[in-house]
Ligand binder design. Structure first.
Ligand code: RBF
Length: 357
């Protein structure tokens, strides 16, 4: 009888194994091992970033910039590395501020995020408690201040400069029309940065034009009630105010609509607002929070973010600005006023006018 060749014996053995041990055969084993390896590698390589919006993104320029900046940084990182390594999830905390701590705690407790990014001056207090419970969680807090925690990086803006530039243009415009030496500020709520930096900076800017200026400061009570903001605006305009600064998120709409109906002017804060109502918006004192989020997230992704510190960014760092190069600004504001505003900005840039926080 002819002896079976070695190859035939080997094939027979494989067939036997495949038929009688289907779940354990070598091919399945290899396939599983490969899948497991891929999953492990993916798990190790993915960098998950959770963005917590303390409020609602839409209508709040500072949050729109935050989300945009983080998403762009992840895209840039992924395209540079040719991977899908960085992923971003945006979670809105909503307008009920009492719920923010629980929502943020849930994000940290889930362990799903290598980094949690958020923004506003109330976050440091909330995060210091959460950080004690989840000491391995890393945070990036923009528009806030928190130093000395090795898992938290913070960045805030020089809002004395931002508010000063707003007060200056508001007073220049009011002066040009004559009338009461009073400008308006409509804020959604009171908070330390508002009361101790923005309001005094706005007044300081106006008083640099004329020391007799005062500010009529009114509070909406939340970041969304445009009808209430409209009511406050019309009261203020009827009392003689011609220019108002609004810092009220979604409620700003009520200020702009009413001002344009009653022929008053608005100074916009945080983003370029000239196109929101051309001719009514006569100033835009901006923060480049989109750039801040973008660059700081890229720094995080490259492992160079200085956790444990707060960085303060102002006009001369390129993060605070007053938008002058915009046809809508040029159309809305007489040259005489634009010239004076430009001179003041030049004094800040040259260091002649120092406005440290
Ligand atoms: N700014 C917004 O534009 N929208 C908001 O919903 C919003 N919510 C805030 C909630 C709290 C508790 C605090 C302290 C600030 C909030 N801000 C909000 C203001 C924001 O941090 C910043 O001061 C202003 O945008 C001016 O730059």
């Amino acid at each position: 009888m002819k002896r079976p060749s070695l190859t035939v014996l080997f094939m027979g053995a494989l067939l036997f194994l495949a038929v009688f041990f289907p779940g354990r055969n070598y091919y399945n084993f290899l396939k599983n091992a490969r899948t497991e390896k891929t999953q492990t590698e993916t798990r190790e390589q993915t960098i998950t970033i959770g963005v917590f919006i303390p409020g609602i993104t839409s209508g709040s320029p500072i949050y729109e910039m935050l989300a945009r900046g983080v998403l762009s940084a992840a895209e840039k990182h992924n395209s540079d590395t040719g991977t899908e390594q960085a992923t971003v999830t945006v979670i809105e905390g909503g307008y009920n501020q009492a719920e923010w701590e629980n929502k943020l705690t849930a994000m940290a407790a889930s362990g799903a995020y290598n980094l949690i990014v958020s923004s506003n001056p109330s976050l440091p207090d909330i995060v210091s408690g959460i950080s004690e419970k989840f000491p391995h969680q890393y945070f990036m807090l923009l528009d806030g201040q928190m130093s000395g925690n090795a898992h938290v990086y913070a960045l805030r803006y020089n809002q004395r400069e931002q508010a000063y530039m707003s007060g200056y243009i508001a007073a220049l415009e009011t002066e040009a029309n004559g009338g009461v030496k009073r400008i308006g500020l409509i804020a959604a709520q009171e908070y330390p940065v508002m009361n101790n930096i923005i309001l005094p900076g706005y007044l300081e800017g106006a008083r640099a034009v004329n020391p007799l200026y005062t500010v009529d400061f009114r509070i909406v009570g939340n970041w969304y009630d445009a009808a209430k903001a409209a009511e406050l605006t019309s009261e203020m305009i009827r009392s003689g105010i011609q220019v108002l600064l609004c810092i009220a998120g979604g409620a700003n709409e009520g200020v702009v609509n009413t001002a344009s109906q009653l022929d008053a002017k608005v100074v916009w804060f945080d983003t370029n607002g000239y196109n929101i109502r051309p001719g009514t918006v006569i100033g835009s004192s901006v923060l480049y929070q989109d750039l801040a989020a973008y660059y700081q997230v890229l720094r995080y992704l490259s492992g160079t973010l200085p956790f444990g510190t707060t960085e303060i960014m102002g006009v001369n760092d390129g993060y605070v600005d007053f938008v002058e190069i915009d046809p809508l600004y040029i159309n809305a504001v007489p040259e005489e006023i634009r010239k004076k505003q430009a001179e003041m900005i030049t004094r800040i840039r040259s260091g002649e006018l120092l406005l440290p926080e």
